[in-house]
Design a protein around this ligand. Structure first.
Ligand code: GRF
Length: 204
């Protein structure tokens, strides 16, 4: 294996997917190949970003498939068909079962918009994370890339980046700054780091 084949799982706007596409185009992820984008939402703008970049896409609806188990079976089939080595959750709004995360142990990454262990776990997603940080009055927040296990936001931390909170921040201004200064930089770096490790392990 010269490059790890990476699948990006999305549900929404896909700015983190875009950060990966742009980093790859700049040659910043030489050990990773973006090989598949999977969405669980059929009109997610992330799919348009993937198509523009010429990446293969798959859309899987949990409801149409009849539930979690069938959804994960279809997901596994799509990942295996594309010979995926590494899975990146980039704004993927579905919790994966322990059976699924165990199958891909240390091969699923997630990006979370806070410094874990603050403001994470069940119910902490999207703007809620930034609302909680502002409510608490912390002066520093940031983003975390971590491995995914059966505990929401509970897997081993890979990279973190801090972002200062400003006095006049709203959840929206803070969310944008955390994305620009932390998430979009951190995610390509983490993908390259883990891809390099997978390639090296494969060569041993
Ligand atoms: C990001 O804030 C990410 O940290 C969180 O979901 C959001 C996804 O945004 N997990 P986008 O779809 O990448 O623009």
């Amino acid at each position: 294996m010269r490059r790890a084949r990476v699948a990006v799982l999305v549900s929404g706007g896909g700015t983190n997917l875009q950060a990966l596409i742009d980093a790859a185009a700049r040659g910043e992820m030489p050990h990773a190949e973006l090989a598949l984008v999977v969405s669980n939402v059929k009109d997610a703008y992330a799919l348009t970003r993937a198509e523009k970049a010429g990446l293969p896409t798959v859309t899987l609806s949990k409801r149409a498939l009849g539930g979690q188990e069938a959804f994960e079976a279809a997901l596994t089939e799509a990942l295996e068909a594309a010979a995926i080595d590494l899975i990146v959750l980039a704004g993927f709004m579905t919790i994966l079962s322990g059976a699924f995360t165990a199958r891909y142990d240390h091969r699923i990454l997630n990006i979370h918009p806070s410094l874990i262990p603050s403001f994470c776990g069940e119910g902490f997603y999207g703007l809620r994370v930034h609302e909680a940080a502002l409510r608490k009055g912390v002066k520093v927040t940031g983003a975390t890339v971590h491995f995914v296990n059966e505990i929401p936001d509970g897997g081993e931390i890979i990279l973190q980046k801090a972002v200062n909170i400003r006095e006049n921040d709203t959840p929206e201004t803070l969310q944008k700054r955390v994305m620009r200064l932390a998430e979009w930089k951190l995610l390509p770096r983490a993908v390259e780091k883990i891809s390099t490790e997978l390639v090296m392990r494969n060569e041993e």
